[in-house]
Design a protein around this ligand. Structure first.
Ligand code: PLP
Length: 431
C-alpha cells in the first residue's frame, strides 16, 4: 500500500520534471514508482504510508553509519545553532582538511566544494591548467557527475536512461574526451600511443560502482599509474564513492596505487552536501587564489556539512575494525544472494568489497560496461519490485551498487536473503 506516496508523486510530477530532484529516484528503470520517505533510522527507511524497508542505497553511499546517526545529527544541530553559512573561513574547514590530509594518501591540499560533480569539474580544469594539455581519458560506464566533458558513455543515471551522452552536450564539449572500456589495459595503451602527448588526465573510478559493482582486474590500476607517469598525464581517482568506504584511505590504500588527484564526496560530508578534490601542494595550488585556475562556491566548506564530515571521519579513525565488519556483512549478503539464486536456478553473479556490494543477473562475472548492459535488466527490475514488496530497498537500477552501513546487522542481512529467496523463486522465466 503506497497510497500517500502515489498521491505525492502525482503532485510532484506537476511541479518538478518527472516528480524528482535526480533521475534515478523515479524508479523508471525498474518499472515502478518511488516511495516518499518520512524518516530513516539506521539501516531502515520508513515511507509516508508506514511501510518499512531495509535500505541498501543509504543516500547513494553518503551514509556510512546509517540514517540519523545520533552523533552526526547532534554535530549538525549544534553547528547549525551557531549559523548555517558564513561565506568566510571557519575553523571547521581546517579541521576537516586536517582529517582528509591524515587519512587520504597524497592529500597535501584540499579544496572543498558541494558536490562530486563540482569536484570532477574542478579537477579537470586543474589538470588542463597544470599540464597545458586538452584531452581526457575516461572509461565507459564510469560516472563522474554530470559535467558536460565527462557525460560520454557515463554510467549511473545516464546508463539507466540509455542516453549515450545527453542532448545539450555539444560534440565540441566532448571532442577532447576519449572513452575506452574499463579493465582493458590494451585499449588504454592504444589510446595513449595515439593521444598521450595531448593527455591532461586519466580519470577512473578505481572500483567502478556506477555500472553496477565492477572490481578492477589484477594490475589494472597499477597499469594506469604507469601509463599516466610515462605520458605526463595526471591520474585522477574518482573516490566519491570509494573514499572512506573501502578503507580510511580509500582505493589508494586498498590497492596500494597512488593517484595524483583524488575526488571525494558522499561519506566526506556525513550525509550533508560536501565534496572535495585533494592532491599534492604544487598541483592544487594552481587553484585560485593561490594560482590562476579559477573555481569558487557560495556554500563551499559549509560549516554544517563540515561538522557532519568531521564527525563521520573521526568515527572512522577511531574504529579499527569498521571496514572488516562492513566487508564481512557485504560478503554475507553476496553469498546469501548466490545461494538463493542457486536454489532458484537463476544465473547470478555477486561480489562485495569494503562497504560496497553488487550483483548482476548474468551467467559470468561482469568486468566492464558492455557486460553490465548485457546482464538481464528485466530480471533485475522484477527482482527489485519483489524485494520492495518484501521490505528491502535495493538500488532502483542494475547500474548502481549496494551500499552497506555500520547499522546493517546480520539480522537485516538474513532477512534480506530470505526475501531474495522468495523474490527469485517468483521471477518469471525470462530467459
Ligand atoms: N563521481 C562518482 C564516482 C559518483 O558516484 C558520483 C555520484 O554518484 C559523482 C561523482 C557525482 O557526485 P554528485 O552526485 O555529488 O554530484
Amino acid at each position: 500500500m503506497r497510497e500517500r506516496s502515489d498521491k505525492l508523486l502525482g503532485q510532484a510530477r506537476s511541479l518538478m520534471p518527472g516528480g524528482v530532484s535526480s533521475p534515478v529516484r523515479s524508479f523508471d528503470a525498474v518499472g515502478s514508482d518511488p516511495f516518499f520517505v518520512e524518516r530513516g533510522d539506521g539501516a531502515l527507511l520508513f515511507d509516508v504510508d508506514g511501510n518499512e524497508y531495509v535500505d541498501y542505497v543509504q543516500s547513494w553511499g553518503a551514509l556510512l553509519f546509517g540514517h540519523a546517526d545520533p552523533a552526526i545529527v547532534q554535530a549538525i544541530a549544534e553547528t547549525a545553532a551557531r549559523g548555517t553559512s558564513f561565506g568566510t573561513p571557519s575553523e571547521l574547514e581546517v579541521e576537516l582538511a586536517r582529517l582528509v590530509n591524515a587519512m587520504v594518501p597524497g592529500a597535501e591540499r584540499v579544496r572543498f566544494v558541494s558536490s562530486g560533480t563540482e569536484a570532477a569539474m574542478t579537477a579537470v580544469r586543474v589538470a588542463r591548467g597544470a599540464t597545458g594539455r586538452p584531452k581526457l581519458l575516461k572509461f565507459a560506464g564510469c560516472y563522474h557527475g554530470h559535467l558536460d566533458a565527462l557525460l560520454a558513455r557515463a554510467g549511473s543515471g545516464v546508463a539507466t536512461l540509455g542516453i549515450p551522452g545527453s542532448p545539450g552536450v555539444t560534440p565540441g564539449t566532448t571532442a577532447d574526451t576519449i572513452v575506452v572500456p574499463y579493465n582493458d589495459s590494451d585499449a588504454v595503451a592504444a589510446a595513449i600511443s595515439e593521444h598521450g602527448d595531448d593527455l591532461a588526465a586519466i580519470l577512473v573510478e578505481p572500483v567502478a560502482a556506477n555500472m553496477g559493482l565492477v572490481l578492477p582486474a589484477e594490475g589494472f590500476l597499477q597499469s594506469l599509474r604507469t601509463h599516466a607517469r610515462e605520458c605526463g598525464a595526471l591520474l585522477i581517482f574518482d573516490e566519491v564513492i570509494t573514499g572512506f568506504r573501502l578503507a580510511a584511505g580509500g582505493a589508494q590504500e586498498r590497492f596500494g596505487v597512488a593517484a595524483d588527484v583524488v575526488l571525494l564526496g558522499k561519506v566526506l560530508g556525513g550525509g550533508m552536501p560536501a565534496a572535495a578534490l585533494a592532491g599534492p601542494a604544487d598541483l592544487l595550488e594552481h587553484l585560485a587564489p593561490a594560482g590562476d585556475v579559477y573555481q569558487a562556491g557560495t556554500l563551499s566548506g559549509n560549516p554544517v556539512a563540515m561538522a557532519a564530515g568531521i564527525t563521520a571521519l573521526g568515527r572512522i579513525q577511531t574504529d579499527p575494525t569498521l571496514y572488516d565488519r562492513l566487508q564481512a556483512n557485504g560478503r554475507e549478503l553476496a553469498r546469501g544472494l548466490l545461494d538463493a539464486a542457486d536454489a532458484a536456478e537463476v544465473p547470478l553473479t555477486a561480489t562485495a568489497l569494503g562497504g560496497l556490494a553488487g550483483f548482476f543477473f548474468a551467467e559470468k562475472p561482469v568486468t566492464n560496461y558492455d557486460g553490465a548492459v548485457a546482464s538481464d535488466g528485466a530480471a533485475y527490475a522484477s527482482f527489485f519490485r519483489g524485494m520492495l514488496e518484501r521490505g528491502v530497498y535495493l538500488p532502483p537500477s542494475r547500474f548502481e551498487a549496494l551500499f552497506m552501513s555500520t547499522a546493517h546487522s546480520s539480522e537485516h542481512i538474513a532477512g534480506t536473503v530470505a526475501a531474495a529467496g522468495k523474490s527469485l523463486a517468483a521471477l518469471p522465466r525470462l530467459r
